[in-house]
Design a protein around this ligand. Sequence first.
Ligand code: HEC
Length: 148
Amino acid sequence: MRKTLFASLLLIILVAVAYTAYQENKPWVIPEEAKSRKNPLQPSEAALRSARGLYGENCAQCHGDAGKGDGSEALRYDPKPADFTDAPHMNSVTDGALFYQISQGRKPMPAFKRRMTEDQRWQLVLLIRSFAPRAEKKSAAPSTAATN
Ligand code: HEC
């Protein structure tokens, strides 16, 4: 009797652990309407400068100074912080999706919707985009894009 009880307890614990691990590695589901949102901001030096400050304070410890997902705290986490220089991946996600992820967060990444304004989060989307080369052939350099 004792043995069966012990065995079933053990089984319950194992199932719980496996379930948690499974949950944590589930793909990040983003609502379609969030994905289709467009960035209202144009890339500009001012927006990028502001974003760099925010990024250095709030994101670099996990995502790394150059967006490679290699910040000082990155090793602690599984899944690892996203690598924003991974062009094939970055070209497969929309601005709206990135905005949603920054806003909502997902363990261990904090949610930023209450800590930052919408503009600040869209600025971060612009900055994240600047870490990976775009799919389109030769995008205009930011300095020429901001001349008007
Ligand atoms: C505590 C560490 C941590 C901090 C701080 C953090 N992130 Fe993350 N971030 C993560 C992890 C871990 C993931 C992967 C989460 C997952 O896939 O479930 C992630 C994923 C993302 C993604 C999804 C990318 C993709 O397409 O897979 C974006 C965008 C992102 N982070 C942006 C940011 C920005 C911008 C900041 C700062 C405002 C930030 N993160 C701060 C850990 C962090």
